[in-house]
Structure formats: C-alpha cells, structure tokens
Design a protein around this ligand. Structure first.
Ligand code: ADP
Length: 583
C-alpha cells in the first residue's frame, strides 16, 4: 500500500488535470447511458403510436447524447493522455535526478541492460498505472453510485441490482483478475529485463561470439529467455481472456436478473413497461465503465513490480553526501591527500592504503604501477565519485566534503579511458565540456591533440556526425577527442587516466612532448603504465597494492635503481628506439 501511495504522490502536481480526466471519463459513459436510455424510451414509446410532438424531447436527447458522447470520448482521450505523458516525464526526470546522484559508484554493479530496462521499460510500465488504474477506478465509483441512484429513483429493487452488478464487475472481478495475473505480471517485468540484458550482451559481444563460434549457444540462450518471456505473456493473456469473458457474463447476467425482477413489476403495474426497457439498456451501457478496471487489475502487479524496481534503485544512499552549504572551490586549488585509505567493499582488500600526496597548485605528478595497483582509485577519490574512509583530502586546508562535488568537478579536467563519445556531431561532443566555446577554440584543442589535420579531411568538419550512425572512429581518435574535450574545459587541475594507451608510438611521443606546454601553470595527475616523457614531472609515485612503494622525480628514481628502474628497464629493453628521444 505504501508503494501505491508513493506512486500517487507523483500525481500531486497533476491533481487538477486528473479531476478533469475523471470527469470526462465519467461523462463519456454517462452520455452513453443517456444515449441508450433515451433511445430505448423513443423506440418503446413509438410502439404506442404517440404524436411526434410527444417524442420530440427524446429525439433531441438522442441527438444530444450521441454527439456529446463523441465529444466527451475525444476529450477523455486527450486529457488522460496529457496526464499520462506529463506523469511519465515527471517520473523520467525524477529517476534521472536519482541516477545523477548515484553515478558512478552505486550504478557500477548494475548491468547496463538492467539499467536500460529500468529507465525505459519500467517507467513505461507505469504508464498503465494512471491511464488504466487510477482514473477508471474513480470514474467507476462515481458511476456505480450515480447510475444506481438513477435507476433506484424509478425502482429501488432494480437500483440495488444494478449497484450489486456494477460493484461485482468493477471491483470484485478486477480483484480476482489481479490474483490470477500477479505471478505472470511480475515474471514478465523481470523476464523483460533479462531479455534486454541478454540482447545487449549479444550485440556488444557479437565479434567475440563469431570468433569463438558461439552463435548456436548464444541463440539457444536468447531462445530460452524469449520462451520464458512468452510464457509470462501467455499467462497474462489467459487472465485477460478470463476477465473479458467474465465481464460479458456479469453484464448479461445483471440484465437477465433485471428482466426477471422487472417483468413481474410491469405486470403488477409497479413499473412502467417503457421504463423497464430504458432501465435495461441503461444497465447495459453503464457496464462500459468496468472494462478498463479489469484490464488495470491485470497490469496492476506489473506496474507495482516496475515501481518496486525503480524505487529500489532510487532509494540507495549516494556514495557521497553533498554539504548543505558548500564552501566555494578556490580558483587555484592546493590539494593535499593525507593518510588516505579506501576499499570498495568491506570484504575487499584496500585499493588505497595510507596515501600521502601533495598536489599544491601547479604541481605535476605521475602515478605508475601495475594494473590493479590503485592508480584509477586515486582519481576516483579526487573526482569524489567515492568518499575516502580513513584519511582526508584537503583543498586549501578544508575537507573536500565541504565543497559542492559539482563545483569541484567543474575545476577538474578528467580524461578517463572509458569516456563516452555521444551520437552527435564532433562539435557537440566537444562542447559538452564548455558549451560557450568558439569554433576557433575547438580547432585549437583538436590541433593540440594532433587531430587538426584529421578534422580538415572530414566531409563536414566539426559538423561531422560521430557514433554508431555516423563516422566510425578508431580507439586512438576517440581517446584524443576525449583529451581535446578535457582541454576545452581550461581547468586548473587535470586528471589523465592512461590518455595515450591507444595511440601509435609516433603520435604518442608527439602528444607527450606537448604536455609540458599544455599543462604549464596547472596541476596534473597523470596515470600511466608507459614510462615515457616523465622527466619534467615534479614527482612520480610508484604504486603497488594501493600503497606508494617509491616516490621521487625520474632522475632520483632511476638513480636509486628500485622498482621504477626495473619497470623502466623492461619497457626500454622492449622498445628502445622509439623512446630514446624522450629520455
Ligand atoms: P589501476 O588503475 O592501478 O589499474 P584500480 O584503481 O582500477 O587500479 O583498482 C585498484 C583495485 O581496486 C583493484 O584490485 C580493482 O580490482 C579494485 N577495484 C577497482 N574498481 C572497483 C570497483 N568499482 N569495485 C570493486 N573493486 C574495484
């Protein structure tokens, strides 16, 4: 029930529209009732050959209800869909806001297909909640009371029969349908998420599947998941069939009972014969109100399951807590990492172990070490994707937790190896970092990352479309576009995570030679496993298992012949020629 109240909470801003929608829904059925009622009156009265004048009011009534029914139906669809789309947009924005706070730390453990299914499928499933569940139920309550009172004003017993028939069809039948469809509806939401994850895995790993000849196995897996999804759909179709059949039986059953009770009343003169015809047709028309409720009952559980999945994700505590009144981030921040330790989970080893790093403004450091030694973790903590546990990060002597993460990130040019290129133009991809940048700025940063000549060769220059439906770019170009995007921020601090791994040796060397001038007068943390062009940095930290095992500038590290020297030797022995000029 708490879940339903929470869902209803999203409708608060749309209260007025929901009221109008309920009124138009009710008015549509009321016009249908009026149409059949006046038609029955007209046809039954005409059998007694009255004068045309006596029938004129009924004729006008038929016309009025006939036209108004169409108008109300149109308004009903218009308003209910307006409410629906507004509601979906409220839900999407709310969910996006939640994800913004949770990313990346809390989302890392979700599979992409599952996330996609929650953000699109589950929110869409809630569309059923309002259009089919909320508005029709309110209209049905009005209709049951209103039409029963109307019929009751002609004959109390018949009024009670209509009230009982409408109540059973509008409320008891949907409750039964809900019980029958609960299992398959819940299963359907879960299966859809699994199906979308399986499809996404297949599409992403298509090359590997072909290389390792796994097509048959992959197809079998997709078939299995599809069959399970189909089974859930068939289960729902069964309950839908049952509900439609029962609805017809109950409508006709109520009409039959009305006739069984009404005909003797006409015989004894307690009820006018013409009114019996009117009441019977009104009864038939009024059952229209119950049809959407039974359908709603069927989707009720899938809506609730979708809501559960959304709330489960949205209710997670963000990995960092934003300060209520943030301190503003200095223009030229002096960062000091003091005794910092961090582990991703309680049962995992430390990814950062008692680190002390001085990143005063303008200082340049490199983090080197084997894979998994904790280099990226330090960048993650500086970006405040996670909070450090013991230890602290200070900016000009103030704890990093006192600053707004958003403002802090605006001061940091972060280039990560997994950064995304969006399906839009090259210009828009770059402007993401600095929406106000001019074309000249874009060309300047592209030049900096050695892509100046490449842009000249593009058919539409900066307007060239990138991504799946546009120009396919190589890993090296993608990496340089990301670097250009970072440079466009013109930030005082740069965090570069393996910015040159996909580049050929020549381009890498050229780019690295430019780093000295690009990052002059800025702070730099450069994560790299390639020990090339590090001689101008203030400090190199060699990491192992989250710990700094060696530190110093390149000269002192080579002199001391420790771990750095070993790594340097291995690399230069493997590829001595290409690195010589950078030594
Ligand atoms: P590097 O950048 O040096 O390759 P990382 O900082 O990425 O190393 O990783 C340090 C350690 O933390 C590794 O053991 C890695 O498996 C672990 N790790 C990294 N990211 C996560 C994560 N999101 N959840 C759990 N463990 C992680």
């Amino acid at each position: 029930m708490k879940l339903v109240w929470r869902l209803l909470g999203f409708m608060k801003p749309l209260r007025g529209w929901i009221l109008i929608s309920t009124m138009t829904g009710f008015s549509t059925v009321a016009a249908g009732v009026g149409l059949l009622g006046t038609s029955a009156y007209l046809i039954a009265s005409a059998a007694f050959h009255p004068s045309i004048a006596e029938l004129s009011v009924a004729v006008v009534g038929v016309r009025f209800f006939g036209i108004s029914r169409g108008v109300f139906r149109y308004l009903d669809r218009l308003v209910s869909h307006h409410v629906n789309f507004r509601l979906l947009s409220i839900l999407r924005i709310w969910f996006y806001d939640c994800l913004k706070l949770l990313a990346p730390a809390r989302l890392i453990h979700y599979q992409r297909g599952d996330l996609l299914s929650r953000a699109i499928g589950d929110i869409d499933a809630l569309d059923q909640f309002y259009v089919r569940a909320v508005s029709p139920v309110i209209s049905a309550i009005f209709a049951t009371v209103g039409f029963s009172l109307l019929v009751g004003s002609w004959n109390v017993r018949l009024g009670w029969i209509l009230a009982a028939g409408l109540s059973v069809t509008s409320f008891v039948l949907p409750a039964l349908v809900y019980i029958f469809s609960r299992g398959p509806a819940k299963q359907l939401v879960d299966q859809r998420a699994i199906l979308s994850q399986t499809m996404l895995d297949t599409l992403r790993g298509a090359a590997e599947i072909i290389v390792f000849q796994q097509q048959e196995e992959d197809l079998t897996q997709i078939n299995r998941v599809s069959l399970q999804t189909n089974r859930a759909q068939v289960g729902l179709a069964h309950s839908q069939g049952l509900s439609n059949g029962m609805n017809a039986v109950l409508t006709q059953g109520t009409v039959a009972i009305m006739l069984l009770v009404g005909i003797p009343l006409v015989r004894t003169g307690e009820l006018d014969g013409i009114m019996l015809a009117v009441i019977v047709l009104i009864t038939m028309a009024s059952f229209e109100i119950s049809i959407p409720i039974a359908q709603a009952a069927q989707f009720w559980e899938s809506s609730l399951q979708a809501a559960r999945r959304l709330f489960e994700m949205a209710d997670q505590q963000p990995a960092i807590i934003e300060p209520v009144i943030p301190v503003s981030v200095p223009e030229k921040p002096n960062i000091l990492i003091r005794n910092l330790s961090f582990q991703y989970h309680g049962n995992l080893p430390l990814a950062a172990d008692h680190l002390n790093i001085n990143l005063s403004y303008g200082r340049k450091i490199a983090l080197v070490g084997e894979n998994g030694s904790g280099k990226t973790t330090i960048l993650n903590l500086l970006m405040r994707f996670w909070d450090c546990q013991p230890g602290e990060i200070l900016i000009d002597g103030i704890l990093v937790q006192e600053f707004s993460p958003k403002e802090l990130r605006q001061r940091i040019g972060y280039v990560s190896p997994g950064g995304a290129i969006f399906q839009t133009t090259l210009r828009q991809n770059l402007l993401l970092a600095n929406p106000g940048a001019l074309d000249a700025d874009l060309l300047r940063v592209l030049d900096c990352v050695q892509l100046g000549e490449w842009v000249q060769t593009l058919p539409d220059g900066l307007d060239t479309w990138l991504g799946a439906s546009g120009l396919t770019i190589s890993g090296g170009q993608l990496q340089r576009i990301q670097l250009a995007r970072g440079l466009l921020m013109d930030a005082p601090i740069y965090l570069l995570d393996e910015p040159t791994t996909h580049l050929d040796v020549e381009t890498e060397n050229r780019l690295i030679s430019l780093f000295r001038s690009i990052f002059q007068n800025r702070s730099l943390v450069w994560v790299t496993h390639r020990l090339v062009g590090l001689d101008w940095l203030d400090e190199i930290l060699v990491l192992e298992n989250g710990r700094v095992v060696e530190r110093g500038n390149q000269h002192t590290l080579l002199e001391s012949r420790g771990r750095f020297y070993q790594l340097w030797e291995i690399q230069n022995r493997l590829s001595p020629v290409s690195y010589t000029h950078l030594r």
